[in-house]
Design a protein around this ligand. Structure first.
Ligand code: CA
Length: 227
């Protein structure tokens, strides 16, 4: 838990102070904000590992903050709520919170829930680190590609192109989409850079392993196919 960055958005100053001190004592790096809108702003401008989010807040409600954060982020969120707000539990979880804690709570209970949410989150990330199509595996963290037991050496652009194709397996991607995503521009003009890199990938993957991996839809684009 050392140094994990926690954002606490809670307008009850005494409770916020108590949680802040306890989490600091446990080694967390904690930022406290007392207003909903400022809390959302702090999240957008910061780099946090978890959010503890009060439900009833001035400025912007916890539910609304949660909804907005979930549009772009899967950061673990634990909602905190007063006992008489318990009816909002369903709404809280619907809005994308990972867990829910009713006030008053014992700090040990909060710490335990936080550990569970972190663990759940890291399990999900491990699962997402490896992308596969048939016997090709991309380790997105090590940026390593293997087919069967053999490693395939790719340049940076080749890797990014393959990653984009595999993330969208079985979906035909147009040259424009690929150019836009992998090279960061949309002008297609005379350039055949996409076709050139598809050829590079084919010579390294399809030909090396004797399997057709990257498929062409003439006049449209390319895709990789899960058999
Ligand atoms: Ca409140």
């Amino acid at each position: 838990m050392e140094g994990k960055k926690i954002l606490l958005i809670e307008d009850e100053v005494k409770l916020a102070r108590f949680v802040e001190l306890e989490l600091k004592y446990e080694g967390y790096d904690i930022t406290v904000i007392h207003d909903g809108r400022e809390g959302l702003e702090a999240f957008l401008n910061g780099d946090f590992d978890m959010i503890l989010l009060d439900l009833m807040l001035p400025g912007l409600s916890g539910i609304e903050i949660c909804r907005r954060i979930r549009k772009t982020s899967s950061i673990p969120i634990i909602m905190l709520t007063a006992k008489d707000e318990i009816m909002d539990k369903v709404a809280g979880l619907d809005s994308g919170a990972d867990d829910y804690l009713t006030k008053p709570f014992a700090i040990e209970e909060l710490l335990a829930r936080m550990r569970v949410a972190f663990k759940h989150c890291s399990n999900q990330n491990t699962a997402k680190k490896l992308l596969t199509v048939n016997n090709l595996v991309i380790d997105t963290e090590k940026r390593m590609v293997t087919v069967g037991q053999a490693e395939v050496e790719l340049t940076k652009k080749e890797f990014e192109l393959l990653l984009y194709l595999v993330q969208n397996k079985n979906i035909v991607l147009t040259r424009e989409q690929i150019l836009n995503q992998v090279w960061g521009y949309s002008y297609i003009g005379e350039t055949n850079v996409v076709d050139v890199y598809i050829r590079y990938l084919r010579s390294k993957i399809d030909e090396a392993f004797g399997e057709k991996f990257i498929h062409t839809i003439r006049g449209v684009g390319y895709y990789v196919k899960e058999e």
